[in-house]
Design a protein around this ligand. Sequence first.
Ligand code: CDP
Length: 221
Amino acid sequence: MPETPVIAIDGPTASGKGTIAQRVASTLGWHYLDSGSLYRIVALRALRTGTDLGDGGALAALADGLAPRFESGRILVDDEDLSDAIRTEEAGNAASRAAAQPLLRAALLGLQRRARRAPGLVADGRDMGTVVFPDAVLKVYLTASVESRAQRRHKQLIEKGFSAIISDLLRDLAERDARDMQRAEAPLEPAKGALVLDSTRLTIDETVAAVLEAYRRRVAA
Ligand code: CDP
């Protein structure tokens, strides 16, 4: 029996992966995996417990038995709603540091792969197409200029009621890009055969349409 199909959407921070992946998933009636939220949950646990973000073994222990529930757009862990707490820039920056640890990446692999359920999965992150789902039917590398990503992140944070300054965001984004792209383990890079999509001048609808069109072409081929 063929494996449940996966569409992998990877790319740098604030490139719009989450929005696009969720829209593609709901159009197709598929499941959605926000892999970054797992790194954010572990990072938040580390911040709360004073765990060293460079200690892979300790971070892997924090990921042990993690069973987040994704319900109506909220993320619950052990019945605590962490949806807002994991979206702060502090949690995002800590997640990017923790994510460089191979032991943590290995600890989160099974949880991510178990999200592959019929009829299909749209997964977003950094290594969905390169490491977690190398047999994905479609791999997309979604990018956008650093300025437009800083503006999008700014809008997103303000809408959630957080304060944010564009110049700080620009610096953080550039740092996070560098860290994600330069790490030894699962660095951020387009997977082999990935559709590279620059969304700087595309609307959300246009970007979603481009992904769906690429998927239909793949399936027809
Ligand atoms: O919102 P943003 O795109 O910045 O981040 P995210 O997707 O929520 O992920 C937070 C951090 O986790 C990223 O900066 C990555 O360093 C890391 N991450 C990763 O290494 N691998 C993934 N599959 C997903 C996220």
